[in-house]
Ligand binder design. Structure first.
Ligand SMILES: NC(=O)c1ccc[n+]([C@@H]2O[C@H](COP(=O)([O-])OP(=O)(O)OC[C@H]3O[C@@H](n4cnc5c(N)ncnc54)[C@H](O)[C@@H]3O)[C@@H](O)[C@H]2O)c1
Length: 413
C-alpha cells in the first residue's frame, strides 16, 4: 500500500514511481535525518518502513522522537511533496538508489545477526532491478558488504552494492550530516562512483575507501569512543577508591592542557550503538579484542560499582532513591539500552523504593514529575545529564553526580 495515496495529506499527488531514492528503515533514528537531508537537497524520497505507526506520525508532520531541527525540515518536505511513505516491499521504488538503514543488533552471545540484513534483502529483492544502487548504511559486521554482493550474484542478480556508514550523533543528525565527512565504498568502481555522486548531494566531504576499510572505520570510531568512556570511568573509580575527588583531578588534567582536551567526563556510557559495535568487533576478533572487552566490563560495571559505594555510605534499605534522566544520554528521549534502567533494577533490591523521572521520555508509564521525585526522595542520582538539570539545587538533597555536571546541587561523587 502506498501510504501517500491512502490519506488526503500533503504528499498525495506524489506516487512512489516519482521517488528519486528509497530509504529502507526511513522512519528510524538514522533514517529520518537522512530522508530529511535528501529532501532538503531536492530529492523526492520514498520513506520505506515496516513500522506503520512511525510513518503515520511523520505524515502528520510530527517526529516520532527528538531530532533537532527535524520538524521544520519535515514540514517543508511535506509541503513540497518530496516524501512518499511505503510499508510493503512490493512498493519499493525501482527507480533510483535504495539505502538500507535498518537496525543491526547483536544476539544474546554478542554475535552479529546477519539474518536481519538477509531477511530485509530477501523481501526487497524481487522488487529491485538489476543495475540499481543498493547502499548499506546500517553498521555492519566486517565482510557484510562483500557477502551481500556474493549473495546477490548467487541469485543471479546484478545490483551495485555500496557501504556508506552513518556516523552522526543521535538527536543531532540533521546538523551533523551537513558537517561530517561521508565515508563511501562500493564493491565495484561503478557502485563506488554512483554512491559518491549520491552522497555528494548532502555531505560536505567524501572519504572513498574499500568496503572492508569502511566497515572497520565505522566500528573503530564507535569502539574508540566506548574505550575513551571506559578510561574515564576507570580513572573515576581509581580516584574514588583512594578517597580523592575526581572532579578536582579531572580539572587539573584538562585545564588549558591541549593533549587532554578530548578526555570525556565519567558517566553512564549506554545506548544502542557503542557497546553493540564494540562487541561486533570483539566477535570479529575471535573475542581477542581485549581493550574492547575490558571497556565493556568497566562501562557496564559502573552502575554496580556505584550501588556498592552507596550501600557502604547509606542505610539504603530505609531510603527512597530518585533517578534523574532515564534516556540513554543527555537531551534525547531514547531509552534503548539505557543504563538508567540497569540502575533501577540494581537498586530495587537494595532500597525502600526507586522513583524515576525524565523530561523527554514518553514511553515509560512509571515516570513521575521531577518535583515529585525530588520531594519524595532521600537521595538522588543523576543518570542522564539533561541540560535542564544543570542549575537546579534539588532542595539541598544529596545528589550522586558521577558526571561532574551539576552546578548548584548538594553533590556527592
Ligand atoms: N542511532 C544512531 O545514532 C546511529 C548512528 C550511526 C549508526 N547507527 C546504525 O544505524 C542502524 C539503524 O539504527 P537506528 O538507531 O536508526 O535504528 P531504529 O530502530 O531507530 O530504526 C530502524 C528502522 O528500520 C525499520 N525496519 C526494520 N526492519 C525493516 C525492514 N526489513 N524493512 C523496512 N524497515 C525496517 C524499523 O521499523 C525502524 O523504524 C543500526 O545499524 C545502527 O547501529 C545508528
Amino acid at each position: 500500500m502506498n501510504y501517500a495515496g491512502a490519506k488526503p495529506a500533503a504528499a498525495t499527488s506524489v506516487g512512489v514511481g516519482d521517488a528519486d531514492l528509497t530509504v529502507v528503515g526511513g522512519g528510524g533514528h538514522v533514517g529520518i535525518p537522512l530522508v530529511l537531508a535528501f529532501a532538503e537537497a531536492g530529492f523526492r524520497v520514498n520513506v520505506h518502513d515496516l513500522n506503520r505507526g512511525v510513518l503515520e506520525t511523520l505524515q502528520s508532520g510530527r517526529l516520532p522522537f527528538i531530532e533537532l531541527g527535524g520538524e521544520a525540515l519535515l514540514a517543508k518536505a511535506l509541503g513540497q511533496q518530496r516524501l512518499v511513505f511505503t510499508t510493503s516491499p512490493a512498493e519499493i521504488s525501482r527507480r533510483g538508489p535504495v539505502i538500507i538503514t535498518i537496525g543491526t543488533p547483536t544476539d544474546e552471545f554478542f554475535n552479529p545477526v546477519r539474518k536481519v540484513v538477509q531477511d530485509c534483502i530477501d523481501a526487497l529483492l524481487p522488487h529491485l532491478l538489476d543495475g540499481q544502487l543498493l547502499v548499506l548504511r546500517s553498521t555492519v559486521f566486517p565482510g557484510t558488504t562483500e557477502w551481500l554482493h556474493d549473495y546477490l550474484r548467487r541469485r543471479g542478480r546484478d545490483l551495485k552494492v555500496a557501504f556508506c556508514p552513518e556516523r552522526v550523533v543521535q538527536g543531532q543528525g540533521i546538523k551533523e550530516l551537513k558537517e561530517t565527512p561521508q565515508i563511501v565504498s562500493g564493491i565495484t568502481p561503478a557502485a563506488e562512483a554512483e554512491a559518491a555522486k549520491l552522497f555528494s548531494a548532502i555531505a560536505p566531504e567524501l572519504v572513498v575507501v574499500a568496503p572492508r576499510e569502511a566497515e572497520f572505520a565505522k566500528l573503530f570510531n564507535n569502539a574508540y569512543r566506548y574505550i575513551e568512556f571506559a578510561a574515564a570511568n576507570q580513572f573515576y573509580q581509581i580516584a574514588k577508591s583512594a578517597g580523592v575527588d575526581y572532579r578536582r583531578v579531572y580539572d587539573a588534567m584538562k585545564r588549558n592542557y591541549p593533549r587532554a582536551r578530548s578526555v570525556p567526563s565519567p558517566g553512564l556510557a549506554a545506548g544502542p550503538c557503542l557497546v553493540k559495535d564494540t562487541m561486533q568487533l570483539a566477535a570479529f576478533a575471535q573475542n581477542q579484542f581485549s581493550l574492547g572487552n575490558a571497556a565493556m566490563l568497566v562501562n557496564e560495571g559502573l552502575v554496580l560499582h556505584l550501588c556498592d559505594d552507596l550501600r557502604r555510605r547509606y542505610d539504603l534499605s530505609r531510603m527512597t532513591v530518585g533517578l534523574l534522566g532515564m534516556a540513554f544520554k543527555a537531551d534525547i528521549d531514547d531509552t534503548r539500552a539505557s543504563l538508567s534502567y540497569k540502575f533501577k533494577k540494581a537498586l530495587a533490591g537494595l532500597v525502600e523504593s526507586v522513583l524515576t523521572t525524565d523530561p523527554f521520555v514518553t514511553t515509560d508509564p512509571d515516570l513521575l514529575p521531577l518535583d515529585d521525585v525530588i520531594g519524595r526522595s532521600d537521595l538522588l542520582i543523576l543518570c542522564a545529564p539533561h541540560s535542564l538539570y544543570r542549575e537546579l539545587d534539588f532542595g539541598g538533597k544529596p545528589v550522586l553526580d558521577v558526571w561532574g555536571f551539576l552546578r548548584k546541587a548538594n553533590v556527592i561523587s
